[in-house]
Design a protein around this ligand. Structure first.
Ligand code: GAR
Length: 194
């Protein structure tokens, strides 16, 4: 069994898609959901599916490596960030080299970096007058949105589209592709180490 941990901060619609997708797989599973917000919707989704959760605080995440013990105790091999808004600290990147994926709601390298998340991204796409947008799935390194890109999907943006319209189009693509890309990357890791 190869085990995934999902890190999320919010509603968790991508987490839900990944959890549902993985329920149909016999050799990969979601072993843990890690969250930094007490009332985040993703915690309810994890509970609905009987997946253990871990609530983290900023001090322990950045000033200790306690989370590594938790991840090891759940035999976590791979991590998918799904709307997780904290920068991943170096010790965690080093413990999971090319084993942490993030999804960003724009076509990186455009519209990435600190402070670029959620609606800020779609507002920037609109302000730039871009005619395409879409999610980027990339490996995580110590910098926001800078790791190697694994997958991008794009959709046309109409002149009349509002940031909310853009968000809806991009999120639909995230839901369509993220779970499968996570699965594919986990299988690659299995082949490399196994
Ligand atoms: C998603 O659109 C994801 O791409 C974005 O947060 C949303 C989370 O939605 N992530 C970022 O902006 C990271 N920079 P969800 O909680 O419904 O999956």
């Amino acid at each position: 069994m190869t085990n995934l941990a999902i890190f999320a901060s919010g509603g968790g619609s991508n987490a839900r898609k990944i959890i549902e997708h993985f329920e149909s797989l016999s050799d990969l599973r979601v072993a843990l959901v890690v969250c930094n917000k007490k009332n985040a919707g993703v915690l309810d989704i994890a509970a609905e599916h009987g997946i253990p959760t871990l609530l983290i605080d900023r001090t322990s995440f950045y000033e200790t490596d306690e989370i590594l013990k938790e991840l090891r105790s759940h035999d976590v091999d791979f991590i998918a960030l799904a709307g997780f808004l904290w920068l991943v600290p170096g010790y965690l990147v080093q413990a999971y080299p090319r084993r942490i994926l993030n999804i960003h709601p724009a076509l990186l390298p455009k519209h990435g970096g600190k402070g670029m998340y959620g609606h800020h991204v779609h507002e920037a796409v609109k302000a730039a007058g871009d005619t395409v947008s879409g999610p980027t799935i990339h490996f995580v390194n110590e910098h926001y949105d800078e790791g190697d890109i694994v997958y991008q999907a794009s959709t046309h943006i109409d002149k009349e589209d509002t940031p909310e319209d853009i968000a809806r189009k991009v999120l639909a693509l995230e839901h369509k592709h993220y779970a499968e890309v996570v699965e594919r990357c986990m299988r690659e890791v299995g082949r490399l180490v196994g």
